[in-house]
Design a protein around this ligand. Structure first.
Ligand code: NAD
Length: 513
């Protein structure tokens, strides 16, 4: 019944055979069981996707390894040109892909478009970077010697991604890995497999137009077991995994056991500190968007507000009023602020979290609850909740992937707020709202926020691709996207060249023959 142009989007994105199990490209040999993808928007079955068996995986690995031999010898700026064309294709398909993201994952159409825009932005970034994969030149301690370093392509990069950014996380990794001369094998979340198919179709077209092997970009489908093919595979030097801390701990150990490299982007428990010098209007906008955007299912979602006692009541009251304005419903309808959670299991986790919170002594000031009735038939829609809580509650220490915002009170100096903020196992994103320069600088100093991202007068969510993205502690320590994050996708080689007729040894060692 509900369309909003979904059928047209699927056709435009080349998604075929949806009833029998769709697959894509010459290198997807899906012969395993079918995954059914249901939309959390209206509960309907969007389509079925073929999964990858161990045998299919071996074939995928073969084409990827073969493609790598060719791709790594192409000059980096020419690889950049292919990524530029990929960015152009994404511009053409932005509406359709944004719509599919919204329908399969449940985030608002605006956020779906934003996610595709991030893909386009990282392509632009990668194109420029393809001429800047610089190493250093060092002075040798020996006469007539030259020493320098160069970055070489690494090999096959394995990408494992989460449901909540079903397309952008892949692009953050691939756009950089490709210009670095690597080839990629991607296992998207089993909750958003059609987004994976759509992306593969788009890049396959670009590769074909350039007479390049599709093995440069491979897609495998399935659950954690298919992910394990890659984490245990010594032919994959780097695994980039995005998802829960639970998953990250398992993946990190599997990859470390074979001394591979991992890039981990795991859960957050992000806070905004609101000091007596905060701009209340900005605070409210930042906090509400951070807490209810993507229905609280961003790794950078705002989960805790640490508010100074002097303005606690004012912030609380303004927030409660702001929440009254929120409309919840079909995310493809632009009048709604918040769509559904990913599935009914996520709804259960949300309900359990609210129950645990009350058991621990927390007080709900915006009640929350699961929505029923017309428009909510999928059973995935919940109301955003606000609770007064304490940082030491077990439930506050956890990341619940849902729109629950905890209000925590602090008194005295900003140091007290920073201590509360840092007192969790996660270390992804953090923010301070203040017009006080001293407070802001203390928050950003070495004894301030311990997170990978620390913002002043902006919320915790919505990072730009130009900076390195990632977090500390149990968030996993990985960095993706901008700055020098590209280096992890390459191997560094130090070269020393002797252009004399002598063979002096380093450290002045004499070895007379
Ligand atoms: P999840 O951990 O359930 O799954 C993530 C991916 O890992 C899926 O593709 C899954 O199949 C795979 N996987 C699970 N166990 C595995 C194993 N043992 N071996 C190999 N692969 C395995 O996470 P989710 O529910 O899809 O996503 C939500 C989580 O992701 C949240 O914790 C969120 O904070 C986090 N996240 C982090 C970032 C970041 O950049 N830090 C970005 C997005 C999401």
């Amino acid at each position: 019944a509900l369309d909003f142009g979904i059928q047209k989007a699927l056709t435009q994105l080349g998604i075929k055979d949806i009833n029998n199990g769709t697959s894509t490209g010459s290198n997807n040999f899906g012969s395993g069981e079918l995954i059914k993808s249901y939309s959390p928007v209206d509960g309907s079955l969007i389509g079925k996707v073929k999964t990858t068996s161990k045998k299919d995986y071996e074939k995928t690995m073969e084409v990827a390894t073969e493609a790598f031999k060719q791709w790594r010898t192409k000059p980096a700026p020419q690889r950049g040109e292919v990524v530029r064309q990929f960015g152009e294709k994404l511009r053409e398909h932005k509406d359709a892909l944004g719509k599919l993201v919204s329908y399969e994952m449940g985030k608002s159409y605006q956020e779906g478009l934003g996610e595709v825009q991030e893909m386009i932005d990282i392509c632009d970034f990668a194109v420029g970077l393809s001429r800047q994969l610089h190493g250093l030149t060092m002075h040798s301690e020996r006469p007539g010697h030259r020493m320098y370093e160069q970055y070489h392509s690494l090999g096959v990069v394995g990408i494992i991604s989460a449901f909540n950014f079903p397309v952008a996380v892949w692009a953050w990794n691939t756009a950089l890995a490709w210009i670095c001369g690597d080839v990629c094998i991607w296992k998207p979340s089993e909750k958003t497999p059609l987004c994976g198919i759509a992306c593969q179709n788009i890049i396959a077209e670009v590769l074909k137009e350039n007479n390049l092997p599709e093995g440069i970009s491979c897609l495998i489908n399935g659950d954690y077991q298919v992910g394990e093919y890659m984490t245990q595979d010594t032919r994959i030097p780097l695994i980039s995994a995005t998802g829960s801390i639970r998953m990250g701990k398992i993946v990190a150990q599997a990859v470390a056991a074979r001394l591979g490299k991992s890039l981990l982007e795991l859960g957050g428990n992000n806070a905004i500190i609101v000091t007596p010098d905060a701009d209340i209007k900005m605070t409210i906008i930042g906090a509400v968007f951070g807490a209810v955007g993507t229905a609280g299912q961003r790794c950078t979602s705002t989960r805790r507000l640490i508010i100074h006692e002097s303005l606690y009541d004012k912030v609380k009251e303004t927030l409660v009023n702001a929440y009254k304005q929120l409309s919840i419903g079909n995310p493809l309808d632009e009048k709604n602020h918040m769509g559904p959670l990913i599935d009914v299991q996520a709804v259960k986790m949300y309900e359990n979290a609210l129950k645990k919170l009350v058991d621990e002594g927390g007080k709900l000031i915006v009640e929350g609850g699961t929505l029923k009735g017309e428009g909510y038939e999928s059973g995935c829609y919940v109301k955003p909740a606000i609770a007064e809580a304490k940082n030491e509650y077990a439930i506050v220490q956890e990341e619940t992937f849902a729109p629950i915002l905890y209000l925590l009170k602090y008194s005295g100096d900003v140091e007290n707020a920073i201590a509360i903020q840092n007192n969790v196992v996660q270390g992804l994103s953090s923010a301070i709202m203040t017009n006080n320069l001293r407070e802001a600088e203390r928050f950003l100093s070495v004894s301030g926020s311990d997170c990978g991202i620390a913002n002043v007068n902006i919320g915790t969510s919505g990072a730009e691709i130009g900076g390195a993205f990632g977090g500390e502690k149990e968030t996993g320590g990985g960095r993706e996207s901008g700055s020098d994050a590209w280096k992890i996708y390459m191997r560094r080689q130090t070269n020393t060249i002797n252009y004399t007729t002598e063979l002096p040894l380093a450290q002045g060692i004499k070895f007379n023959l």
